[in-house]
Design a protein around this ligand. Structure first.
Ligand code: NAG
Ligand code: NAG
Ligand code: NAG
Ligand code: NAG
Ligand code: NAG
Ligand code: NAG
Ligand code: NAG
Ligand code: NAG
Ligand code: NAG
Ligand code: NAG
Ligand code: NAG
Ligand code: NAG
Length: 723
């Protein structure tokens, strides 16, 4: 008799009251006995040893959601997540507890569940190593899913059998993805060698090292999904992959894999996803890749691939994502690309592509949402045909040699949020802005390094009252060429356009390196986007990343989200005059203020101390006078402060961040004293320095400025990097 039935009987007898003449009571008793008997005969009753193993397991875990309600008085085959077979022994065959808030360790007692075929503990908080001998003990396992936990340590080493015999395991699905596992995935493991029925093997997003598991194909030729992306695997891609003729998904991106893509890959005619980005792959993409007619995803970005884009790429008519950016690909964009009509994402940024784009029938790409052809050497006019890709949300042509004007057709792109045309040779800024203000969803507009010598429209009426309703990031600064004084950049002439200050969402303005004159317009100080902190909850993804330089190009920041993009005003190196208005104190969200290299005069306003989010303030190379307000000490986040080369006087504040700013940030103000200058503020001012010292000082400063000049403003990373 099963333990449950026994319990029931015991329970029932316990309740038997002293003799009662009541006939109904006997009937009740009969029914209970009968049902107990019935239970024994019909319902599986959990194997006691399995029950014991499960109890050990549950003793090692706890749940943040609700405790595992494994009620001792109920048959364990009816416990949550447990399934038994219908043999007389009622062995546990499945333990399925995904998304259950379980934390704790994986008890080795599970290894006693000899008939276990499905184990799914995915999406929990389990940690610790997998118990030794885990895989070979569970030799009936077909599906193992431990993904999305915090398991760590190495995969348990599986001993070969003493008699040297090999054993086959029926396992079909292994998902260990998104854990903290490390060490090697050994092909010598008796388990992996014996796992000859694998269909899906996923160890992605761990910290595995050593040879990459593309060798798995040799023992498991029916593999359909193989994913070991996001680890530290090395080595070449195994030519053994050629055996896996049913492979549909091969994901090995974000590892250290080197060598060429083996030709065997081009025979995998069932392949739908080839995901190999961010490795060290070399060589060419062979034209025979166009045999893989089922490909929907071809992502090989961030490698060292060279050669041309296969000219028959158009044969891949199912392609939805083609991402080959950051390689060394040469040649032109094949016209056949227009036959990939299902494309959603096309990224060829940072290669060495050239030629014109006007012949490509972009209009056939009606699903295209993201198009990035930036940082190549494309010439000719802006291809107006892209403006008929009605689904576009992001478009980047930055860093090419395109000419012409932005066509009014751009307004037909109703979903467009991101447009970057910087560093080309566009003309007609007035026309461009007049047109673009009608893009209802545009939030990022980067037009730097174009429109040479044109005049920036500054009339406040220039923008209609509902123009640029969503604009948040507006950059029209430049990126200087290394070492030499550039001859051309975005030489916009005119005064600072006040209309910018009327845009309701704008919080990032870059007008650097132009020839703007006049005063800072009052409208700037009412920018709502700079007065109030952005909501941390603003989840707006930037459809393409933006790169912003600090003063060191190797630590350029990449922004993928709108919410952590820094509120900033960059107006460096223009010809602005007048004072810095006290109203600036209202822009409480401001993190970066760069006004260097203008002709600002008057004092540094005390109100700046209200900008408590400020991280970077550069007022150097102006004509500012008076004292540095001691209240600026309150700016606890300020890590960069520069007022060199002004006419400031009096003591440098001490304390707070001021103890960290180097001397160079104050030099060129003969009347400043104290602080890092180490001059006494009470003594009469020193004799002027000798001419040679002065020259020396100037040279250091000039070098300093040149470096700042090179690195210190918004730019698309690579525009700078490739110069
Ligand atoms: C699991 O729980 C048992 C007691 O239920 C305990 O003896 C054992 O140490 C625990 N194992 C781990 C890894 O915590
Ligand atoms: C366990 O099951 C019995 C019988 O179904 C029930 O009376 C008891 O309340 C349950 N205990 C818990 C803790 O749920
Ligand atoms: C593992 O479980 C997760 C959900 O918990 C699921 O998304 C994933 O597809 C499973 N893995 C396999 C290979 O079925
Ligand atoms: C295991 O991998 C190594 C290196 O990749 C390879 O040389 C060896 O032949 C493989 N062994 C088996 C049994 O697949
Ligand atoms: C590939 O799949 C087909 C059908 O699912 C099957 O008949 C064939 O045996 C598989 N090939 C390999 C090498 O596993
Ligand atoms: C691209 O090729 C050039 C010359 O062949 C080489 O100097 C450069 O390092 C390569 N760049 C990358 C990213 O592989
Ligand atoms: C696109 O495909 C059609 C039909 O296969 C073919 O006739 C045409 O030449 C292709 N276009 C290009 C530009 O390759
Ligand atoms: C930009 O285009 C103009 C003609 O439109 C040409 O004169 C000028 O040289 C070009 N500048 C660059 C940097 O290509
Ligand atoms: C500039 O663009 C506007 C709007 O498209 C157009 O009306 C104007 O003629 C253009 N100006 C020049 C000089 O091409
Ligand atoms: C830039 O930063 C990197 C990493 O922090 C550092 O190694 C490098 O020396 C810095 N370069 C300059 C010019 O400051
Ligand atoms: C800007 O200032 C410089 C002097 O620094 C002067 O040479 C230039 O003419 C000025 N440009 C304008 C447009 O005012
Ligand atoms: C700073 O702001 C507060 C209100 O937020 C205001 O009362 C105070 O006057 C301001 N101080 C300065 C120096 O602007």
């Amino acid at each position: 008799m099963g333990s449950k039935a026994k319990a029931l009987v015991r329970l029932t007898t316990k309740h038997v009251q002293p003799p009662s003449s009541h006939i109904h009571f006997f009937c009740l008793l009969c029914i209970l006995f009968l049902s107990a008997l019935f239970l024994t005969l019909s319902e599986a009753v959990c194997n006691p040893q399995d029950r014991e193993s499960l109890l050990w397991f549950s003793g090692n875990v706890s749940s943040s959601v609700s405790p595992l309600n494994w009620n001792l008085s109920i048959d364990c085959c009816s416990w949550e997540g447990i399934t038994c077979d219908d043999t007389p022994e009622s062995h546990v065959t499945a333990v399925s507890l995904p998304l259950r808030g379980l934390s704790g360790y994986l008890s080795s007692s599970l290894q006693n569940l000899h008939r276990l075929s499905h184990l799914d503990l995915s999406h929990n908080l389990l940690s610790g190593p997998l118990p030794p001998g885990f895989f070979s003990a569970l030799d009936q396992l077909i599906v193992l899913n431990l993904s999305h936990n915090s398991f760590n340590g190495e995969l348990p080493f599986e001993q070969a059998f003493d008699d040297g015999s090999s054993k086959l395991f029926p396992i079909q699905t292994v998902d260990l993805s998104s854990n903290l596992l490390q060490g090697e995935v050994l092909n010598t493991s008796i388990y992996l060698l014996g796992a000859s029925s694998l269909i899906s093997f996923n160890v992605s997003n761990n910290s595995f090292t050593g040879p990459n598991p593309s060798f798995m194909c040799m023992s498991s030729p029916q593999l359909s999904r193989l994913d070991f992306s996001y680890n530290d695997f090395a080595g070449h891609i195994s030519t053994g992959l050629g055996t896996c003729l049913n492979l549909t998904v091969l994901r090995a991106g974000f590892n250290n894999i080197s060598g060429e893509i083996p030709v065997e890959v081009y025979n995998l005619s069932e392949l739908e996803q080839l995901f190999l980005p961010a490795n060290q792959l070399t060589g060419k993409i062979d034209n025979s890749i166009t045999r893989l007619k089922k490909l929907t995803l071809l992502e090989l970005y961030f490698n060292h691939l060279e050669g041309e884009i296969p000219k028959d790429i158009g044969h891949l008519s199912n392609l939805q994502s083609l991402q080959l950016h950051i390689n060394n690909i040469t040649g032109t964009v094949p016209l056949s690309l227009a036959n990939c009509t299902k494309l959603v994402k096309l990224n060829l940024r940072i290669n060495r592509l050239r030629g014109t784009l006007t012949e490509i029938e972009f209009s056939r790409l009606q699903s295209l949402r993201i198009l990035d052809l930036g940082n190549n050497s494309f010439t000719g006019d802006v291809p107006d045909k892209v403006f008929s890709c009605k689904s576009l949300t992001a478009l980047r042509f930055a860093g090419n040699k395109l000419t012409g004007q932005i066509s009014p057709q751009v307004k037909e792109l109703e979903s467009l949020t991101f447009l970057a045309f910087s560093d080309n040779n566009l003309t007609n800024i007035t026309g461009a802005l007049r047109i673009l203000q009608g893009c209802r969803k545009l939030s990022t507009l980067i037009l730097a390094k174009n429109f040479y010598g044109e005049t920036f429209p500054s009339n406040i009426d220039f923008i209609s009252s509902d123009g640029f309703p969503k604009l948040q990031i507006f950059a029209i600064g430049g990126c200087r060429i290394k070492g030499v004084v550039p001859q051309v950049h975005n030489r916009l002439v005119g005064s600072v356009p006040g209309w910018l200050g009327t845009l309701p969402n704008l919080f990032y303005i870059d007008l650097s390196e132009n020839l703007l004159t006049g005063e800072l317009p009052k409208e700037f100080f009412h920018l709502r986007g700079l007065m109030t902190q952005k909501e941390e909850t603003e989840t707006n993804y930037l459809p393409l990343p933006i790169f912003v330089g600090s003063n060191n190009i190797t630590v350029n920041q990449q922004y993928n989200h709108m919410y952590n993009f820094p509120p900033a005003i960059y107006i460096r190196r223009n010809n602005l005059t007048g004072s810095i208005p006290v109203e600036i104190g209202q822009l409480k969200a401001l993190q970066v203020l760069e006004l260097l290299g203008n002709f600002f005069s008057g004092g540094i306003p005390d109100e700046l101390s209200n900008l408590t989010n400020l991280e970077r303030m550069d007022l150097s190379n102006n004509s500012l006078s008076g004292r540095i307000p001691p209240s600026l000490r309150q700016l606890h986040f300020m890590s960069y402060f520069n007022v060199a080369n002004n006419s400031l006087e009096g003591p440098i504040p001490t304390g707070g961040q001021f103890d960290t700013f180097p001397k160079a940030c104050f030099e060129g103000n003969p009347l400043l004293c104290g602080g890092v200058l180490l001059t006494s503020c009470t003594a009469p001012s020193r004799e002027p320095a000798t001419t040679t010292e002065d020259d020396e000082l100037k040279r250091i400063l000039v070098t300093g400025i040149a470096i700042g000049y090179l690195f210190g403003f918004i730019s698309i990373l690579v525009v700078c990097a490739r110069q």
